[in-house]
Write a protein that binds this ligand. Sequence first.
Ligand code: ADP
Ligand code: MG
Length: 252
Amino acid sequence: TGINFDAYEDIPVETSGQEVPPPVSTFAEIDLGDALNQNIRRCGYVRPTPVQRHAIPISLAGRDLMACAQTGSGKTAAFCFPIISGIMRGPPVARPQRGGGMGMRTACPSALILSPTRELSMQIHEEARKFSYQTGVRVVVAYGGAPITNQLRDLERGVDILVATPGRLVDLLERARVSLQSIRYLALDEADRMLDMGFEPQVRRIVEQMDMPPPGVRQTMLFSATFPKEIQRMASDFLENYIFLAVGRVGS
Ligand code: ADP
Ligand code: MG
């Protein structure tokens, strides 16, 4: 893999927030469950990267998170592991509901991972599928620039984790083929890129579609390489009593 762990030895890490859960130094210290641990080994992940060391315990503690870290630092696993583990342990997943018209089913995922581009969504989907092998957790991807038919069929078969681009998800919501009422985990990946690409209105519409949950019901994690004003505002709008984590030098 492209991870150079030696370069991480003296990387600066900053955390702030109330009662920050301490970082771990090995995957074995974290109770992710047998199936997920096996998949981690199968992927050749021997030890966690700095963002994983800090973000995984924070996320497993159920806390909202604003994480800033460079590309290639291992963010995908940082949000996928706690989500998969949480779904495996959590209450039984929501049953599919009847959708708008024609008796179509409305998919009710437990987790939503938003990503700015089709390529990134495909990558996250591929990784999330490896991590959830033999866990029973179903991962579906939906992005624009591709026929919606296959995505609709995948959604009909059942979905626990939906990986999506904002534009395609808005389309699916308008068609009532996806409901966000059962979302317990929301991860926004490459949030700064989503804003650069002009997706802020769609992202806000999506987040507003989720019922205002009682505190502790939905967990939200925002990931970004940079921390400009717009991301700071999103963090204060979307996150509840969150922990701020910065790995490496973070630009604004
Ligand atoms: P980011 O999203 O921060 O850009 P990725 O999650 O895509 O980074 O990870 C970059 C690469 O490093 C991927 O090929 C991934 O499989 C690999 N990787 C991530 N975490 C680890 C780990 N703990 N050990 C070994 N390789 C890892
Ligand atoms: Mg990434």
